[in-house]
Ligand binder design. Sequence first.
Ligand SMILES: [Zn+2]
Length: 165
Amino acid sequence: MSTPTRPAPGERWTICRLDHVHWGANGGAGLLLRHASAEGEPRYLLALRSRSVDEPATWGMPGGAIRDGEMPEEAARREMIEEVAHVPAYRIAAERVQDCGGGWRFHILLADVDRLFDAYSQQETDATGWFTRAEMHELPLHPGIRLWLDQAEASDLPDQAHTSQ
Ligand SMILES: [Zn+2]
């Protein structure tokens, strides 16, 4: 759990060079799962963050602080278990590192899965859903996934199967 009585080393607030306060002394990591069906646009798994975590009541990708000694993917898988209670088989499609500008980094691992699933841990998550990018724009998004979405649409991540308007 990422809110244990005794946090693991690295699971703490830290201040970057720009004086932002961030969760995770070693930065953070998350898995952004993508499912592309034959007929539709790709859908992404987002989790609605519960009141017990920061940025409550926003939709974000499962993820969190990297503990001391962890690789980003290990941290992302652990957080996925904590928030979504399931890590399916996946294939990493891209890794994007967001730097806040002050040296704090969040690793986004975009990964493809073969089927949708519905599961979550009620301790940190109030709901999960699979959304297209267009649907994401209608949600209250966590700033991290908002930034990812803006960058994905500005650049062209290996994604655009996207031909509808
Ligand atoms: Zn920062």
